[in-house]
Design a protein around this ligand. Structure first.
Ligand code: NAP
Ligand code: MG
Length: 403
């Protein structure tokens, strides 16, 4: 066999929990290490180690990602009450994804992996739709009150000199409810830049929508910031790349998305992104076929699968049973990270390895070999359902031929 592919700069590797941790090791053993001299800086984000390090490992891994520019992350447990006792935790540690996102100030882009034989619920969606969700503010940082009958609600803004501006929200004859929302120009700007940068990376159009006709100041601010940043910083780059930025109203966007063929990035406000990402993911068929990348405004990338740790499969695995867990999204997290590492380092053989790994994976499924979740969806004839490890071995057969 030829020499293994070398990596110039380390890739930040964030290991995780449960079934995805098992898959993580299998992917490295079966598909990566035979071909690539893996140069990773390893951080164990498994819940036991997060607990042992008082979650310092999560912060360290995010700092390392800033330093090196590219990370790949395994799914991790976000602790709840049940996990507190299961893992005997000192504290209910926060979601690692939340911690990492806060440190990198990033935007998450989710893209489905399409394969022949699995038709989206919207059959015209022949290309992936990538959803970018603004991850700060609006209803997720709201302040709410109940308004008793006879009360008056006002919006009061106090400037730095103590001057107040007041606006009546409502005079409540009967009882009711009120809610205060906010966002920052900085956060909206970071979001806009992340979307435009990612679009240039992917050579795809960006769609953005809000409800600026109704929300003439709040949503309009989003529209204006996007437009300003696009005009001043991206217009020429987009023209050169042959891609477009397109703004419309959110209800019009929804109608256009349904009628579209996909193949663009849909930038969504926080709430729209929450709702629409679940709709789009479901319509494409499987969460196990959805990748996710966190991109910071200064161009740092963290790749992962969109699904969780597949807990129920893990408990079966622990009992010694064979599982048929889909590793594709985790595999694509690796190939995405290796490709980006290769692009940044100018190591073409690493980029080409990532391409071949994805080709072999898709080829395996399109030739009818797949895990149980996909077998339930695929319309391919003579399909064969294989277990977790057997799938990776099948991918390797095809990968070896491509290498
Ligand atoms: P999940 O791990 O995504 O799994 C939910 C169900 O979806 C599974 O039980 C399985 O269904 C199916 N599924 C998901 N991924 C699959 C795959 N790769 N192959 C085959 N089937 C797959 O979500 P969860 O059960 O709600 O959460 C489990 C843990 O993951 C939680 O501790 C949560 O905190 C964590 N989580 C982490 C992340 C992250 O790190 N990004 C994201 C979400 C959740 P069947 O059991 O019916 O086969
Ligand atoms: Mg949601």
């Amino acid at each position: 066999m030829a020499d293994k592919i070398k990596m110039k700069t380390p890739l930040v590797e964030m290991d995780g929990d449960e079934m995805t941790r098992v898959i993580w090791k299998m992917i490295k053993d079966i598909l990566l290490e035979p071909y690539v001299e893996l140069n990773t800086e390893y951080y164990d984000l498994g819940l036991e180690n997060r607990n042992a390090t008082d979650d310092k490992v999560t912060f360290d891994s995010a700092e390392a990602t800033k330093k090196y520019g590219v990370a790949v992350k395994c799914a991790t447990i976000t602790p709840n009450a049940a996990r507190m006792s299961e893992y005997n935790l000192k504290e209910m540690w926060k979601s690692p994804n939340g911690t990492i996102r806060a440190i990198l100030d990033g935007t998450v882009f989710r893209t489905p992996i399409l394969v022949k034989g699995i038709t989206p619920f919207i059959p015209t969606w022949t290309k992936p739709i990538t959803i970018a969700r603004h991850a700060y503010g609006d209803v997720y940082k709201n302040v709410e009150m109940q308004a008793p009958a006879g009360s008056k609600a006002e919006l009061v803004l106090t400037d730095k000199d103590g001057n107040e501006t007041r606006e009546l929200i409502h005079d409540f004859a009967g009882s009711g409810i009120i809610q205060g929302l906010h966002n920052h120009d900085d956060s909206i700007s970071s979001f806009a830049r992340a979307c435009f940068n990612f679009a240039l990376d992917m050579k795809q159009d960006v769609w953005f929508a809000s409800k600026d006709t109704i929300s003439k100041k709040y949503d309009h601010r989003f529209k204006d910031i996007f437009a300003e940043i696009f005009e001043n910083e991206y217009k020429e780059k987009f023209e050169k790349a042959g891609i477009e930025y397109f703004y419309t109203l959110i209800d019009d966007a929804v109608a256009r998305v349904i009628r579209s063929n996909g193949g663009y990035i849909w930038a969504c406000k926080n709430y729209d992104g929450d709702v629409m990402s679940d709709m789009v993911a479901t319509a494409y068929g499987s969460l196990a076929m959805m990748t996710s990348v966190l991109v910071s405004p200064d161009g740092v990338y963290e790749y992962e699968a969109a699904h969780g740790t597949v807990q129920r499969h893990y408990y079966r695995y622990l009992k010694g049973e064979k599982t048929s867990t889909n590793s594709v999204a985790t595999l694509f997290a690796w190939s995405g990270a290796l490709r980006k590492r290769g692009e940044l380092d100018g190591t073409d053989d690493l980029v080409s390895f990532a391409d071949k790994l994805e080709k072999a994976t898709i080829g395996t499924i399109e030739e009818g070999v797949m895990t149980g979740d996909l077998a339930a969806l695929s319309t391919i004839e003579n399909k064969k359902t294989v277990d977790t490890e057997a799938f990776l071995v099948e991918v390797n057969k095809r990968l070896a031929e491509l290498m």
